[in-house]
Design a binder for this molecule. Structure first.
Ligand code: ADP
Length: 247
């Protein structure tokens, strides 16, 4: 493999003596979509939180494009080009879809309040915000307060907020959770569209979505890597079938 875009080496996280992530080695090649799957409690969320710096590892290392990011705080990891899709709970009910994206763009720009007044800059933010909204299929809904967006469209807005950071590595936490079939299909198309030029890591329960999107799959069980490989291979792995059936 070319140098991984994202790699972990023996990554471990303990919660008061309980090992939720246990020596995980992960290597995600640049430009690929890599799915993390596994039964409830396998450690997927904890691993995601370690990758974004929301949790500190108890042991092991994390590298982005060969550079060590272990133990860095979330904003420094984001500055290295790693972004996760925001959670709906972090949306502001009264702000419109466009205002959310404009704020995300401003946050990234780290521009002081003086620049906030610059009409030219505001125009630029607006233009880029509208491009991002169009990319996730929210053109036409730019002026709608986030509260009034249907569930699937809220999730699309979260994705636009992550894309505003122009990440090299995009982390998606259950992008189709709670969606009906139509929104699931839309989301698969959307992820397929935004993956261009990026590396994507997703946690996903829906195996049909994993099969449609992922180049490779890592199966976690009880904090450890149970299997890793292309979707078809992993799916046919007897240990994986057993882990899922709980047999
Ligand atoms: P998954 O996302 O695969 O369902 P999690 O990463 O949420 O798994 O959880 C893995 C294990 O770690 C579970 O047994 C869970 O109870 C435990 N765990 C997760 N977060 C904490 C925490 N903050 N404190 C104690 N235990 C935790």
């Amino acid at each position: 493999m070319a140098e991984p875009m994202l790699a972990t080496h023996g990554l471990t996280r303990d919660f008061r003596g309980f090992r939720a992530v246990d020596g995980v080695d992960l290597a995600v090649a640049p430009g690929t979509v890599h799915a993390l799957v596994g039964p409830n409690g396998a450690g997927k969320t904890t691993l995601f939180n370690l990758l974004t710096g929301f949790l500190k590892p108890s042991g092991g290392r994390i590298e982005v494009a060969g550079r060590d990011i272990t133990g860095l705080p979330p904003e420094r990891i984001a500055a290295r080009g790693v972004a996760r899709s925001f959670q709906i709970t972090s949306l502001f009910p009264m702000l419109t879809a466009r205002e959310h994206v404009e704020l995300a763009l401003q946050g990234r720009g780290r521009l002081g309040w003086r620049f906030w007044r610059s009409a030219k800059l505001l125009d630029r933010y607006r233009g880029r915000a509208d491009e991002l909204l169009a990319m996730v299929g929210l053109d036409g809904l730019a002026e709608v307060p986030s509260d009034a967006l249907p569930y699937g469209r809220k999730r699309a807005l979260e994705l636009a907020l992550a894309l505003a950071l122009e990440p090299d590595v995009l982390l998606l936490d259950e992008p189709t959770a709670g969606m009906g079939m139509e929104d699931v299909d839309r989301t698969v198309e959307l992820v397929d569209r935004v993956r261009a030029g990026r590396t994507v890591v997703l946690v996903e329960h829906n195996m049909s979505v994993v099969g449609r999107l992922a180049d490779r799959v890592t199966v976690l069980q009880a904090g450890r890597v149970l299997a890793e490989g292309p979707y078809d291979e992993v799916r046919a792995d007897e240990r994986v079938v057993t882990a899922y059936l709980g047999a």
